[in-house]
Ligand binder design. Structure first.
Ligand code: NAD
Length: 282
């Protein structure tokens, strides 16, 4: 059966792993022709081979990389109907995360979207149609404890997606902001104690996120919330910011407490296992 996505030319950035790979696979299953981008060339090739897509390894964040990707995709597909700005990074830390972490988060999580839109919009506006999918995060609607560069840049990505939709909806541009909480990918595995404590229990599979996006495309919904409870948190944040901040700070205190407990369990375990040997040597 033919679907609206059948035959469409789709680009997915960061599609060698995780959510991007699931998006690429879901679009291909709908009959779309999919360009599979990732910095990890082997992974891009592997996913493309698995789904019958076209590999386009390389950087999808810097100006040169984005231009090369869009040119290669246009050559391969004829035209780009859907662009999924999915590649993302999650550096940890706070105000002290360091200039390179802040710059990288800004570049990959925000400017990659701006640069792609700059190159895609003229053709889309002329044709009167185009679809821009931004993989943002619930962190873009709420926050992400333990990672200020991530929280701030994801707010930026959401702001840009909203701006695109508000400015060009009447000219045929469709925009979706995908905002999951935890998803079982390498990013979640690497997310540190705050990420694990807050996100792991309710984490979804990447395929669940892809299914939510396809559903959102069908219903032409801007905000894609694979975890429906995020809508309540977002509403609570807007309705009563101080109460919401108290709740977030309470979570932060729990994470800190857990870390202290974990460190003390680890210390006891080290003492239990190492001290007898020290005793033998002594
Ligand atoms: N995993 C989660 O819990 C979660 C939750 C909400 C949002 N997200 C978002 O989903 C997106 C995908 O993340 P994921 O969880 O699948 O992580 P992941 O680390 O499994 O995959 C990200 C992919 O992006 C690629 N990538 C990074 N920088 C790139 C660049 N400059 N150019 C091309 N490719 C690049 C990586 O090589 C990797 O394959 C990100 O934008 C992330 O912020 C993830």
């Amino acid at each position: 059966m033919s679907t609206p996505l059948a035959g469409q030319g789709v680009v997915v950035t960061g599609a060698g792993h995780g959510i991007g790979a699931a998006l690429a696979e879901a679009f291909a299953a709908e009959g779309a022709r999919v360009v599979v981008n990732d910095l990890d060339a082997e992974a891009a090739e592997r996913v493309a081979a698995r789904i019958g897509g076209i590999p386009a390894p390389g950087d999808a964040a810097g100006a040169e990389g984005v231009a090369a990707l869009i040119a290669a995709a246009r050559t391969a597909l004829g035209r780009i109907d859907v662009y999924c700005a999915n590649a993302g990074i999650a550096p940890g830390g706070g105000a002290d995360a360091g200039p390179s972490a802040w710059a990288a988060a800004w570049d990959v999580n925000v400017m990659a979207h701006v640069r792609a839109a700059e190159l895609l919009l003229p053709d889309w506006l002329e044709r009167g149609e185009g679809r821009f999918v931004a993989t943002v995060s619930a962190a873009g609607l709420l926050t992400m404890l333990g990672s200020a560069p991530y929280a701030v840049s994801k707010h930026g990505a959401l702001a840009f997606a909203e701006w695109l939709a508000a400015s060009y909806r009447h000219r045929g541009l469709r925009v979706h902001a995908v905002c999951p909480q935890g998803v079982r990918t390498r990013m979640l595995a690497d997310s540190g104690p705050a990420g694990q404590a807050l996100l792991a229990a309710e984490a979804l599979e990447p395929a669940d996120v892809a299914a939510a996006l396809l559903h959102g495309i069908e219903s032409e919904t801007f905000l894609i919330l694979p975890h429906p409870q995020v809508a309540d948190y977002y509403a609570a944040r807007a309705a009563a910011p101080d109460r919401w901040l108290d709740a977030m700070n309470h979570l932060q205190q729990n994470v800190e407490k857990r870390n202290v407990e974990k460190r003390s369990v680890e210390k006891r375990s080290v003492e239990k296992h190492i001290e007898p040997h020290l005793g033998e040597k002594g």
